[in-house]
Design a protein around this ligand. Structure first.
Ligand SMILES: C[S@@+](CC[C@H](N)C(=O)[O-])C[C@H]1O[C@@H](n2cnc3c(N)ncnc32)[C@H](O)[C@@H]1O
Length: 221
């Protein structure tokens, strides 16, 4: 949440989303007729995972399922979880339309979700960031604990607002913070990639700009 929002709320221009629970907030975000994401895979995640032997994967905050559908196409047993039942319904419909039986989805609040131990070869989280409450680090660490030895955690996040915006409503994550919070205990993890990467994008008027992504890839020893 930006300082600007807090300031506004304190002076009576309350943000109408501020009192919503995470479930209500995200259901509202997905309540329109149209999808809110592109449906395409996040290229950063794809570029890492292309070289990994397929197995069982878990995607945290999968939204409308773009990453899970791509993983299933690459022969992963791909499972996606999201707090929004509407987003999960869209993901399931897309999987059915594309005949991807190995793409499965669950609507659940990850803050109370427990993975089965030793159940995953890959855990992904793409822009698993929120404007409302989200216990992100605890969720990522719990999911990472389900990885089998040799399994990968691939987390792509907004490290900064886009070049055309002064701020971003969700909490930004630096790569140093990511490493400090997730590559723990250090003897259990090999840090494969830890960097902030610019990514070209168009601003709302169609002019060239960029995002800055924090890209963390860990491998369980
Ligand atoms: C910025 S979106 C990213 C969606 C998708 N990974 C992508 O890259 O397009 C964040 C997602 O996290 C989900 N989310 C937020 N809090 C959650 C929670 N506590 N449990 C499960 N999903 C949550 C939201 O519903 C939303 O779909």
């Amino acid at each position: 949440m930006s300082a600007h929002h807090h300031h506004g709320a304190a002076h009576g221009h309350a943000d109408p989303t501020e009192d919503l629970s995470p479930t209500e907030y995200w259901e509202q975000r997905y309540s329109g007729r149209e999808p809110i994401w592109s449906g395409k895979v996040n290229e950063t995640m794809a570029s890492v995972v292309r070289d990994v032997t397929p197995g069982t994967s878990i995607d945290l905050g999968c939204g409308e399922g773009g990453d899970v559908l791509w993983l299933a196409e690459q022969r992963w047993q791909a499972h996606g979880l999201d707090i929004s039942a509407t987003a999960v319904d869209r993901a399931r419909d897309a999987a059915a339309a594309r005949g991807l039986e190995t793409a499965t989805f669950t609507a659940t609040d990850l803050s109370t979700w427990e993975p089965d131990p030793d159940s995953a070869d890959l855990v992904t989280a793409s822009f698993f960031q929120s404007t409302v409450a989200l216990d992100r680090t605890a969720i990522l660490r719990r999911a990472a604990s389900a990885l089998r030895p040799g399994g990968h955690l691939v987390v792509t996040s907004h490290a900064a607002p886009p070049s055309w915006a002064a701020d971003h409503p969700a909490r930004m994550v630096s790569i140093d913070e990511e490493v400090a919070q997730l590559a723990q205990p250090a003897e259990e993890w090999t840090v494969v990639t830890a960097e902030e990467r610019p990514r070209a994008a168009l601003d709302p008027e169609g002019h060239a700009g960029e995002h800055l992504d924090a890209v963390l890839v860990l491998q369980r020893r």
